[in-house]
Design a protein. Structure first.
Length: 168
């Protein structure tokens, strides 16, 4: 029972940012049926971040479902000096391609739209990100998260190779 309580407290510490809300129309014989689709990013600004999407007949319900989905998909991101990413990385989701690069201290988050929201919630402080393909907000956010997930620290690589960091 305690584990569930700690998990709930962890969920409450996550901040939420709505990335996109779209109206989806389903045309049937009886007419048009409108629903709303929401995509939300959650994070604690200390290396935890997740993305989720939800659909419902009302916007607040869709956002609530998206937040629940995002909380289920939270993952840890490897950060260098708690401010930037260890290395350059490209990720592709659909036709959206996102390139992220580490930046010098004090440079800030140089990114736009959905990529900026995901990077801020992940706790990255100095980074350069560029959307190269399609600018679909949902796919750009997912590609940014994928690029963050693929980051590896020297400690992680040394562990995988069974060596010490100095040997690399």
């Amino acid at each position: 029972m305690r584990k569930d309580n700690k998990f709930e407290n962890k969920k409450n510490l996550l901040e939420e940012k709505v990335i996109s809300i779209t109206r989806v129309t389903k045309v049937t014989q009886g007419g048009r049926h409108f629903r709303f689709s929401a995509t939300v990013a959650v994070g604690n600004r200390k290396g935890l971040v997740g993305i989720g999407s939800g659909k419902a007949n009302e916007v607040p319900e869709a956002i609530k479902k998206a937040i629940q989905a995002a909380n289920k998909n939270v993952c840890r991101v490897a950060l260098k000096d708690n401010r930037t990413v260890p290395h350059e990385m490209m990720a592709k989701v659909g036709r959206s391609v996102v390139l992220i690069k580490p930046a010098k201290e004090g440079r800030g988050i140089i990114a736009g739209g959905a990529a900026r929201a995901v990077l801020e919630l992940a706790g990255v402080k100095d980074i350069v990100a560029k959307s190269l393909g399609s600018n679909t907000q949902v796919n750009v956010a997912k590609a940014t998260l994928d690029a963050l997930k693929m980051q590896r620290t020297p400690e992680h690589i040394a562990e995988l190779r069974g060596k010490k960091v100095e040997e690399l």
